[in-house]
Design a protein around this ligand. Structure first.
Ligand SMILES: O=P(O)(O)OC[C@H]1O[C@](O)(CO)[C@@H](O)[C@@H]1O
Ligand SMILES: [Fe+2]
Length: 192
């Protein structure tokens, strides 16, 4: 695990082009760890017959989950599709719901797909050089609709916590799928 002293100051390197760090370790999410998040589970299982691709990896620096600290790092979401659905992060609510998050797009293109507990949704197109603000109370998921990695730098309140359970049970309200070669926002038929 990364050893940074969060009660002092420290420097950490992130390559501005790749989002990768030489000093910080990265966590990875492969398809087998999130296949049921995709609408077309059969397509996921088809891919898994031959490989278990890394869908994304992220650098988190082991920030203690303390009020007032800021957790930050980079996420690299690779290009690809499961059936017609683009590669995406699992997505989560913050356990402390009223915690916002900021993502700076280092490279690539895609969407930030957000929804609140009332089912209101925001699908924000993302491209290099933009900062997207994820408001309090909104679950958030990044989706890569391009043909190269979507690289982001993120910051959020360190005590936020990650609630995956709600999304794993209810599903996500909207999906981003390829329709005739272009990204389209569609309702998830399984969303409850
Ligand atoms: O937790 P998820 O939705 O799998 O996303 C991976 C990581 O990306 C972040 O949302 C930052 O982009 C982290 O907070 C999170 O752990
Ligand atoms: Fe988050």
């Amino acid at each position: 695990m990364n050893q940074f002293n969060w009660d002092s100051s420290f420097l950490v390197d992130f390559d501005l082009k790749t989002g990768k760090s030489e000093t910080a370790e990265s966590s990875k999410r492969t398809l087998s760890q999130m296949k049921d998040m995709y609408h077309d589970v059969q397509a996921a299982e088809e891919i898994l017959k031959n490989e278990d691709p890394v869908i994304y990896e992220w650098h988190e620096l082991g920030c203690p989950e303390r009020a007032g600290d800021l957790a930050f790092g980079t996420t690299i979401l690779y290009p690809g599709k499961v059936g017609s659905e683009y590669f995406m992060t699992k997505g989560h609510f913050h356990t402390i719901l009223e915690t916002a998050e900021v993502y700076y797009m280092l490279d690539g293109e895609g969407f930030m797909v957000m929804e609140n507990p009332e089912g209101d949704t925001i699908e924000m197109p993302l491209k290099k050089g933009e900062v997207v603000y994820v408001p309090r109370r909104y679950a958030h998921r990044t989706v890569n609709t391009g043909d190269k990695p979507l690289r982001t730098f993120y910051v959020f309140g360190a005590d936020a916590g990650h609630d995956y359970g709600t999304i794993e049970t209810k599903g996500y309200h909207k999906m981003i799928v390829d329709e005739d070669g272009k990204p389209a926002v569609v309702d998830n038929p399984n969303w409850k």
